[in-house]
Write a protein that binds this ligand. Sequence first.
Ligand code: ARG
Length: 388
Amino acid sequence: MKAVLAYSGGLDTSICVRLLQEEYGCDVVTVTVDVGIPEDELKEAGEKARALGAKHYQIDAREEFATQYIFRAIKANGSYEGYPLSTALARPLIARKVVDVARREGAGVLAHGATGKGNDQFRFEAVFRTEAPDMRIIAPIREKNLTRKESIAYAKKHGIEIGGDKPFSIDENLWGRSIEGGVLEDPSAPAPEEIFQWTRVSKKEPETLEIEFQRGLPVAVDGKRQGAVELITALNERAGAHGVGRIDIIEDRIIGLKSRENYECPAAVVLLEAHRDLEGLVLTREELRFKEMVDSRWSELVYRGLWNEPLRAALEAFIEKTQERVTGTVTVELKRGCARVVGRESEHALYSEGDVSFDEAGADGREILGMLRYHAYQAALHRRKPPL
Ligand code: ARG
């Protein structure tokens, strides 16, 4: 039996290789999908996989991740309870690459290392089950119900390198870094500084940057045109240096558990702030209100791993239409952990300085009287009725 495993090189997925071989009698092929993982970790993952006796694939999917997944999230102001969906966005792409390799290798088994408590199991399996219903799924960590302690013991017994003894579970890609576990499981305790890698608490002088959007997508920063991957990578560094992008929230997981989550998402925070602000300038109030609902439904689907739900594509058709005029430039100030929009302009701005200004006569204030009379009309009728 040949199994293709989504492999990160971390503790859980490394144990999975051994478990698949020993307990399930599988021939294991590992796939590490590069969605913006540090170079050395990629290299290490490959070496580890081979040392465990697996055939290894490394797939560079950064461009695809940025343009086909992150870009959709920007247009949809993708956010679930304040989380920019970094891990959630990457899982369907990783799952698809695993299916591709399985087809190429003629494998009958798809495997992942997610536990039975988290969200990732749903995200991997939703794609596996919709795109490869003919294949069997094995999830060793969930099926053996292994705790982190038991995983570590198993790794030691089988000579699998644990890679430091940091008790944190970390997931990282272009759109953000998530840190869970260890002392973070006490939601009352502030996160220790050591968990952060992309953001620094800095006393750096504030700086401003100009982000240019075209049809809802960022195309240049400070006048410099950049591809998606470069733009996001550079922004992670630049905003991270101001401590921008730290998120510490209580999150409602798919199965209903509440969990304490820490993220570092500098580029995501800056781009989402800027994009939302620009929409405020160019879309009508009606469009904005309706889009808020659409955005939140879209985010919920993505969080729950329902990438293949047809509603996603339907919502995106609406979103796409609204983005036609989301073109312009937003100025963002980075200052002590915050990204704040301080200016915006667009050729499509629905803004009339002449009409809104206190300094100019503009629209005749006297014409408003009729509207004022009827503004609270129903409330006034209600008031006149005797109380119940
Ligand atoms: N709570 C986040 C999510 O559900 C982060 C998950 C991180 N996953 C991981 N295997 N460390 O998207």
